[in-house]
Write a protein that binds this ligand. Structure first.
Ligand code: ZN
Length: 189
């Protein structure tokens, strides 16, 4: 990941950063890199994730390439607010799985002068905006949109294609169930 300028600066006031993209675009790696930067500077941080996402671990955020940081799994967005305590920085992974309450939670944390770093899918497998993420993007101070590599042609990919015929909106899975595709290859499906 390229070093992001905002990673190395401590904001003077609260802020909201959103890291978005398709599956396999490196969102969680980017989140973990930012978290590790914070830890290296001895700032206090808490990392949260929705309890729905237990693909790798219920007590850590783990990336596809097995980087990990300890995390608190919470059932609903408001749990982040009540457990944020005195942490200066709040990181949230898989933010698309929370309901719209997460928007007010992030604003409230930023108002308390906390730096909020949220990572998640910007689109679902149908190519539609995913849950609260479009709203978060609108109110964010900083946005990073990452790309995967198209599984079919090797171009930059920003769509998540689901293999098979399951129509349920949320199906947890990895490359057994999903592939990252560019717009052209996605539209040709
Ligand atoms: Zn392609």
């Amino acid at each position: 990941m390229p070093e992001n300028k905002i990673n190395s600066e401590k904001p003077l006031s609260g802020s909201i950063e959103v890291v978005c993209g398709s599956m396999f675009s490196g969102k969680t790696e980017e989140l973990i890199n930012r978290v590790n930067g914070v830890i290296a500077r001895k700032q206090s941080i808490k990392v949260f994730k929705p309890s729905i996402d237990i693909r790798y671990s219920s007590t850590a955020v783990v990336s596809h390439n097995q980087l990990s940081v300890p995390a608190i799994a919470v059932a609903k967005a408001n749990d982040i607010l009540t457990q944020a305590d005195s942490a200066d920085i709040i990181a949230i992974d898989e933010v698309q799985f929370f309901d719209d309450t997460i928007v007010e939670v992030c604003k409230s944390l930023a108002k308390q002068n906390k730096r909020v770093i949220a990572a998640g899918l910007d689109m679902n497998y149908k190519g539609e905006p995913f849950g609260p993420v479009p709203h978060l993007l609108a109110i964010a101070d900083y946005i990073t949109k990452l790309h995967a590599i198209c599984a079919e042609c090797g171009n930059l990919a920003n769509f998540t294609f689901r293999k098979g015929n399951d129509e349920t909106l949320i199906v947890l899975g990895e490359n057994d169930k999903y592939a990252a595709l560019c717009r052209t290859c996605y539209n040709n499906k």
